[in-house]
Ligand binder design. Structure first.
Ligand SMILES: Cc1cc2nc3c(=O)[nH]c(=O)nc-3n(C[C@H](O)[C@H](O)[C@H](O)COP(=O)(O)OP(=O)(O)OC[C@H]3O[C@@H](n4cnc5c(N)ncnc54)[C@H](O)[C@@H]3O)c2cc1C
Length: 434
């Protein structure tokens, strides 16, 4: 089963609507200042709690979401939603404090001390502080400065924050007043907890034990590019599709600490998986020195840029740089007859093209078109301009387009494709960054 982005957004909006309906059903109309503060504190609190649940669900790696919506889109939704959820948490705390101050007629410090004397509220404040710290650590300016692993580790307290905030939700009037609402709230939280535990902890361990993946070959494809071929047991059971990626942990002295995302650069076959990696930092540099025999833990598959997205007979695959990896796998495996498939491969120079022999063999065998778009990105002639694309693919608006490349190229290509007449829903992209 795959959840489409539209179905996900509709479901989330419906959930938010149900939360507002729950609040309306319990809210007692009053124009007293303390009651007004209290009722909006409840609304913001309920929405914040729902939002926390949604944030956790988006990151639970549920296959229906990962394969239907895509990991990059889920991560973007999570990042955007996180800001609103944090704002709602802080608004809830401020409104609750104002309500208590107005109700008791005390000053702010006394009201704060009064509220903190309730253990569930003190826990909720600690939870909110943890969530705020996690949110701050994701601020773009800070995120750029810390390593990916550090940033991931900084996210772990968010689970504790969510758990600490949960206790006081059941005590609030909206839920405590309605046994069904309290039961439903508990079921939803338990459900998301189970999904997180299952897909982020149990499934990876099961996959590691079942498939016993090992490196069988490390092949140099170019000056800074290597392919890593891995073999394991019962890999069919993974049901990995061309266009998808795994998170790979190489159990080598220098690499075991981190799981890195790489797309399959060939369709899975004969219990063999292959990735092709461009050196761009510390970990990818170390990958050049991997040797046959090293054990690999692979979690996945993830990603939605697969044949399921296709809506047209004709398909254009557009790759930039190392974005060729999922395109190479799709080029070989997407169903189609002669003339149905075109691959455009953008690179700075012929020297930077990888997997070239394979691409040319596939093009010849399938009667597919293959064009290399070479030259620096600041050259006067832009091969990705709408007119240039239409010259290469005259019936471009009739195509589905699969696109993978560096962020700048992807943005420019999406805009050019739209101007060349390809409707946005038929442009399928994947970003190599979360
Ligand atoms: C879905 C997906 C598929 C990818 N497929 C390929 C591929 O087929 N071939 C290829 O060469 N590259 C691919 N990448 C990019 C590759 O994952 C990064 O280049 C690599 O992780 C960088 O590691 P590094 O330590 O060498 O570089 P660094 O300099 O540490 O990181 C470079 C960039 O990679 C990001 N990154 C680092 N570690 C991780 C991580 N654990 N998880 C997510 N992002 C991380 C960082 O945010 C940074 O922006 C893919 C990325 C994604 C998200």
């Amino acid at each position: 089963m795959r959840t489409s982005p539209r179905a996900l957004l509709t479901g989330l909006a419906a959930g938010a609507g149900a939360v507002v309906a729950l609040w309306l059903a319990q809210a007692a109309p009053s124009l007293r200042l303390d009651a007004l503060f209290a009722t909006f504190a409840h609304l913001s609190g309920l929405l914040a709690a729902y939002g926390i649940l949604v944030m956790l669900l988006l990151m639970a790696r549920v296959p229906a979401l990962e394969h239907g919506v895509g990991a990059d889109r889920l991560a973007r939704l999570h990042a955007l939603g996180g800001r609103y959820v944090l704002t709602l948490c802080l608004a809830h705390a401020a409104l609750a404090l104002c309500a208590y101050t107005a109700h008791t007629g005390t000053d702010l410090p006394a009201a704060t001390a009064g509220l903190l004397s309730y253990p569930a509220l003190a826990a909720a404040v600690a939870g909110t502080a943890l969530l705020a710290a996690v949110g701050l650590s994701s601020a773009r300016a800070l995120r750029r400065r810390v390593r990916h692993e550090t940033w991931r580790a900084l996210h772990l307290p968010a689970y504790l924050g969510a758990a600490l905030a949960f206790g006081h939700q059941l005590a609030g009037p909206d839920l405590a007043g309605g046994p069904f609402a309290a039961w439903l709230w508990t079921v939803l939280h338990t459900g998301v907890g189970v999904l997180l535990t299952w897909y982020r902890l149990i499934v990876p361990v099961r996959q590691a034990l079942r498939h016993s993946l090992r490196i069988v070959e490390v092949r140099t494809e170019g000056p800074d590019v290597v392919s890593v071929v891995m073999q394991g047991l019962a890999l069919d059971a993974l049901r990995a599709e061309p266009g998808q990626f795994f998170r790979w942990r190489f159990l080598d002295r220098r690499l075991w600490r981190t799981a890195l995302p790489f797309s399959l650069s060939a369709p899975p076959r004969n219990d063999t998986l292959r990735i092709t990696v461009k050196v761009c930092g510390d970990h990818t540099r170390r990958m050049r020195r991997l040797r046959p025999g090293v054990r690999v833990l692979a979690t996945g598959p993830f990603g939605a840029m697969t044949a399921h997205r296709r809506t047209r007979r004709k398909v254009l695959l557009l790759a930039g740089g190392v974005g060729i990896t999922p395109m190479r796998a799709l080029f070989e495996s997407l169903p189609g007859g002669p003339g149905d498939l075109t691959l455009l491969y953008r690179a700075g120079s012929a020297h930077q093209l990888v997997l070239r022999d394979e691409l040319e063999a596939i093009a010849a065998a399938r009667g597919a078109a293959l064009h290399y778009l070479l030259g620096p990105s600041d050259a006067p002639f832009d091969p990705l301009a709408p007119r240039a694309l239409r010259n290469l693919v005259p019936d471009l608006p009739e195509h589905d387009v699969y696109l993978c490349g560096p962020p700048g190229m992807t943005r420019a290509a999406v805009s050019a494709l739209k101007r060349a007449g390809v409707p946005a829903p038929r442009i399928h992209t994947e970003r190599f960054a979360f």
